[in-house]
Design a protein around this ligand. Sequence first.
Ligand SMILES: [Mg+2]
Length: 216
Amino acid sequence: MRLALFDLDGTLVDRTAAFADAIAGLCRDHRYGPDVEAWLLTRLADHADRSDFARLRAEFGLGESAEHLWRVYVDRMAAAVTCRPAVLHSLGLLKECGWSIGVATNGSSDIQRAKVRATGLADLVDGIAASGDIDVRKPDPRLFELAAARCGTQLTAGDWMTGDNPETDIAGGHRTGLRTIWVEGRLAWPEGLTVPHHRVTNVLDAIDHLLTHSPG
Ligand SMILES: [Mg+2]
């Protein structure tokens, strides 16, 4: 059994497109003005957790509880986020070829799992490690190790990590002894960082590459 670990946001799912929709929806639901919307779009651009909504509430003197706002945000993000059918299909092929599929993601436990369920990835993923589970974030090897454990296995030399972030996904993967695939975006590879084993512009090509390294 080989293990393929994947990052979630920006790799398997499109967080960016979902994010603007979710924030617009949340603001519409509560009749919040453009100042609140702008604050959320800036402050939550990379990742969000409960404490952001406590700060929002304090900043704008909002009546709703931080817990309520966080729930609404989680539900709206889960509803808005998508995983392309072709990606789901390819992950299915990967499983058929004897791979275990794990997710190693920096994010809150509840929102990352809500996204995995809502996109249909839950049927294909063997285990998920979210940084919020143990308060350890990529590039720390312990998050990759937890993802392997959640898949019922341990990391070995033939295992791979695929992600869009050079530092957290690729450098972190290298530090953990994994082979790596970088899903490149608009930014160039940062100078001085050990280059990935393989680079692609589309996660589908990453999965194709893994298929050529299938066990047996
Ligand atoms: Mg990412």
